[in-house]
Design a protein around this ligand. Structure first.
Ligand code: EPZ
Length: 418
């Protein structure tokens, strides 16, 4: 088991290159199953979740070659329609393969994805939408059998909630289905637009991505393509917030401010000076951050749930009180105990967390609970006085490429130990 050791209190200074988006790479890798021919994905992040997705593709009959940040995939024929339990358990979001395998093979067998540290991760909206497209599901003993006896067909679908995963599964199932699919109340996250851009590059006919309604006209075949994955806006906010919490100056290269437009105003309200250029975002932190009174997580274009933990760490040392309301996941305050152990003053009641900023945090020994909660602990450790040890950092490696090297480049005293 690996851990991170951080000697905090050093203002971070310097330039880092932002890696590609995990939450875009995963559905796009599932989409390569639908293509006849070779697909080359550029700017693909080197993350454990991406390697797990490549193992699923290989198990299904695909050929995956990873060179640095390029992944080349070809799936000349599907050798299996089954994603075994061990591979399903490795990555919570492997349910994203359901729509693609159904679209390619007409059947799919997966083990029912378990919940995760964020709470029960139901897939009722995924299944209901795919049923309307002609899929039939049998669930028994934790196994999910899916079949589309007459093939998948277009449908008029209304999602009860703009679920990112359900939107992606419908897109992947509809691009080769017979006829038109109209998806109402679709998720609008930038990663949805990136998946749509990839599918269009492969010859799909879809429009409306990024708005509330996506229209997809099924086509007969999709060809391979070369596609560059968008930068990771959540990792980008994480690195900028690390500059903010340590009172430093960061140049985040590899992205404009555009994908982070729903969070940069919050960093500015907190007193950070931020300059956006086409290929980088500069942040200069104030001497002391100012609290922002109220932040509620909402579907895009609202404040993203994935940055809630990260900004909670940052505001734990601000001047004033910040109230968070987590509206997307049931159980996304598991990082609070660790931050409190480091001296933060945070009280949680249901979906509300009240953060009363303190002058300093103190280093402590903590355990990462989930991907973004672990990142929050890293930020707290970078700002804290003294040494912080973070265990269970496999959570963090799912979504951040070599996180200790990134922060070492900015002058942090941080190392990985077995
Ligand atoms: C995606 O998860 C992201 N994961 C999450 O990022 C992100 O937090 C989430 O979208 C919201 O933006 C990937 O893209 C791989 P949802 P997903 O379906 O698709 C409920 C990270 O840190 N729901 O929009 O699972 C669900 O329980 C990860 O990178 C149902 O009830 O999110 C949740 O409360 C964490 N039934 C809410 O909707 C369903 O059928 C949002 O889920 C589907 C979802």
């Amino acid at each position: 088991m690996q851990k991170l050791i951080i000697d905090g209190g050093v203002p971070l200074e310097g330039e880092i290159l932002l890696h590609g988006a995990k939450n875009s790479a995963l559905p796009i890798l599932a989409g390569t199953l639908l293509c006849h021919g070779e697909t080359i994905l550029k700017n693909c992040p080197r993350l454990t979740d991406v390697f797990a997705a490549c193992r699923i593709l290989t198990h299904l009959g695909g050929r995956c070659a990873i060179q640095e940040h390029a992944v080349t995939v070809s799936v000349p024929e599907l050798r299996s329609d089954t994603i075994p339990e061990n591979l399903m358990q490795e990555m919570r979001s492997s349910i994203i393969f359901l729509g693609a395998v159904l679209g390619r093979a007409g059947t799919c067998h997966v083990s029912y994805p378990g919940g995760c540290e964020l709470g029960p991760r139901p897939i009722d909206m995924h299944l209901e939408a795919l049923r309307q497209m002609g899929a039939v599901f049998t669930i028994s003993g934790g196994q999910l059998e899916a079949a589309a006896p007459k093939g998948l067909h277009g449908a008029e679908i209304h999602l009860p909630f703009p679920s990112v995963g359900a939107t992606e599964n419908v897109m992947l199932a509809a691009v080769l289905a017979k006829g038109r699919t109209t998806l109402h109340n679709a998720a609008r996250e930038p990663e949805i637009c990136d998946l749509a851009g990839f599918l269009r590059s492969c010859g799909a006919n879809l429009s409306g991505d990024g708005e509330g309604t996506i229209v997809i006209e099924g086509v007969k075949v999709l060809h391979g393509c070369t596609y560059a994955i968008m930068p990771d806006r959540i990792a980008g906010i994480t690195y900028l917030s690390a500059g903010a919490i340590t009172g430093g100056t960061i140049c985040l290269r590899g992205t404009s401010g555009e994908p982070m437009q729903n969070v940069l105003p919050v960093l500015r309200q907190a007193g950070c000076r931020i300059y956006e250029e086409t290929d980088c975002v500069h942040l200069m932190a104030p001497r002391r951050l100012k609290a922002v009174p109220f932040l509620q997580t909402m579907p895009h274009p609202g404040f993203p749930t994935d940055v809630q933990a990260i900004l909670m760490a940052m505001f734990s040392v601000a001047d004033g009180v910040t109230v968070f309301e987590e509206n997307i996941f049931e159980n996304r305050y598991r990082h609070v105990d660790a931050l409190v152990k480091m001296g933060a003053k945070i009280r949680v009641s249901g979906r509300i967390a009240v953060v009363r900023g303190v002058r300093f945090l103190s280093g402590a020994s903590v355990t990462a609970t989930d991907l973004r909660g672990g990142a929050a602990m890293v930020l707290a450790g970078l700002a804290a006085q003294g040494t912080t040890e973070i265990r269970q950092i496999a959570h963090i490696d799912r979504g951040y490429e070599a996180i200790e090297q990134t922060f070492q480049k900015l002058g942090a005293s941080i190392r990985r130990e077995n």
